[in-house]
Ligand binder design. Structure first.
Ligand SMILES: [Zn+2]
Length: 235
């Protein structure tokens, strides 16, 4: 073995040791990072379903189909933005597994109870109950949401969302309403940061055209998803 070979071997050993110690050094950091990984659960409830079509748009579309389409898109966007956030849905198709529509006498009540029980069993950090509005007056338009008065987390989600909707040029902010004086089942009887969102009027031509516009649809869902992810990361 020449001196040169010896030195080269020595250098190689040093390099190997350095790589090893670097790896050892990295392991606990990595573990810490794992421990600090932001995880949260967001549950999304597409309003209506099955025999309950919800509002019927002036062009014949059902609210239940739009809530489902939007809910699944919002959930997929949340997971794309942050895969550590788990997304759960009350329904992913047109069946309501918590209520038998053929035998129940109080469909509406049983449906709501089934949904809120499911939320309370899972106890997500955030709960979004998604609806579209309808009014006799076809000129009514805009989006609004309902939240518990003390729920600052959801209030933050809404204010982020409203700003993003304004940037997108989407409809009109009718405001965030507190349920303090008018309790809402899906907001007040669920044990999460809960929001009931009425995303726009299906009875209004302007809102409906935006709701059905493929680009706007993508952008609205992404804006809602971003508002949740940003709120989760900031808390
Ligand atoms: Zn509805």
């Amino acid at each position: 073995m020449t001196k040169k070979t010896k030195t080269r071997k020595w250098t190689r050993n040093i390099a190997f040791l350095m790589v090893c110690s670097l790896f050892l050094l990295m392991t606990p950091i990595h573990a810490n990072e794992q421990a600090n990984v932001m995880t949260a659960t967001v549950m999304i409830d597409p309003g209506h379903g099955s025999i309950d079509s919800g509002a019927i748009a002036y062009n014949g579309q059902y609210e239940k189909d739009l809530t489902l389409e939007y809910a699944l898109k919002i959930g997929a966007d949340i997971q794309a933005l942050d895969p550590t956030i788990s997304v759960i849905y009350t329904r992913t198709d047109d069946t309501l597994q918590w209520v038998n529509e053929n035998t129940t006498e109080n469909f509406e009540w049983d449906d709501l109870m089934g949904r809120s029980n499911m939320v309370n069993q899972i106890s997500p950090d955030y709960f979004l109950c998604l609806h579209f509005n309808s009014a006799e007056d076809p000129s009514a338009f805009g989006y609004e949401a309902f939240v518990r008065q003390e729920d600052t987390a959801t209030q933050q989600v809404y204010s982020l969302m409203s700003r993003k909707f304004a940037d997108l040029g989407y409809s009109y902010d009718l405001g965030l309403m507190s349920t303090a004086n008018a309790p809402l089942h899906m907001v007040d009887l669920t044990n999460s940061a809960s929001m009931l969102l009425e995303l726009g009027f299906l009875s209004n031509e302007y809102d409906l055209s935006l709701i059905n516009d493929p680009n706007m649809k993508d952008n609205l869902c992404m804006a809602i998803a971003q508002s949740y992810v940003e709120t989760i990361h900031a808390r």
